[in-house]
Design a protein around this ligand. Sequence first.
Ligand SMILES: NC(=O)c1ccc[n+]([C@@H]2O[C@H](COP(=O)([O-])OP(=O)(O)OC[C@H]3O[C@@H](n4cnc5c(N)ncnc54)[C@H](OP(=O)(O)O)[C@@H]3O)[C@@H](O)[C@H]2O)c1
Length: 244
Amino acid sequence: MSEVAFITGATRGIGKKIALTFAKEGYNICINYRKETDDLDVLKSEIEANNVKCLFVKADVSNFEECENAVKSIIEKFGQIDVLVNNAGITKDMLLARMKPEDFKSVLDVNLVGTFNVTKNVLPYMMKARSGRIINISSVVGISGNAGQTNYSASKAGIIGFTKSLAKEVASRNILINAVAPGFIETDMTNVLKPEIKEQIAKNIPLKRMGTAEDVANVVKFLASKDSSYITGQVINIDGGMLM
Ligand SMILES: NC(=O)c1ccc[n+]([C@@H]2O[C@H](COP(=O)([O-])OP(=O)(O)OC[C@H]3O[C@@H](n4cnc5c(N)ncnc54)[C@H](OP(=O)(O)O)[C@@H]3O)[C@@H](O)[C@H]2O)c1
């Protein structure tokens, strides 16, 4: 039986690229999504073209019960989850002076509590199997901070603390947990920036370009693979050298 990878928020952006990259590696793929779209059938065919199985599970990651049901349906179909990628995330940028309490809370609820909700439901199966990999998508701003992103950077810093603590809790069960911290990656999340702002950002990056979803997916693939079997509790920056 092929290994099973579960990726949250995987119908577009970085999550989708991770799902497609894992499918090429031969994993059966479970894609979490929040909204129904016409594109789901196209993505399913793209995944299955690699001769792997693909299951879509609907859940808002900020809702514990929905995550519980999503994990149950994966276990019903595949009986195991070998790799979990906590990728679903949102931004609601605003200077703190103007940030509404609900905009602070909702970003924490999706990015950080969502990571807890999914992990908490997946972990018992990995514990039983005495094996598993969890890769959490943090961000460089969780390390460096960023004006206008107190909510987002707090959530991403929280993910780093979560990753390290859980890595210590479950290392003895052969469950390896790491985080990646992408810099500026070209997706819908950064497409809200004006082209001239993006150009300015790229100029200040040592590698002189924004990253691609593929740049992130390749590192996540490594962290899920046997090649990284002596790495846990780490944060790997994928940022073209922005943060050194
Ligand atoms: N792009 C960057 O520069 C960058 C940099 C550092 C870190 N990251 C992180 O990388 C991850 C992916 O970002 P991206 O750039 O690919 O963003 P994106 O294009 O905006 O995609 C975000 C994905 O998360 C899903 N999602 C959002 N809220 C959800 C919820 N409550 N429950 C389930 N799914 C939910 C979205 O689903 P819908 O389609 O339903 O909205 C979408 O599939 C995020 O955690 C982000 O913080 C991105």
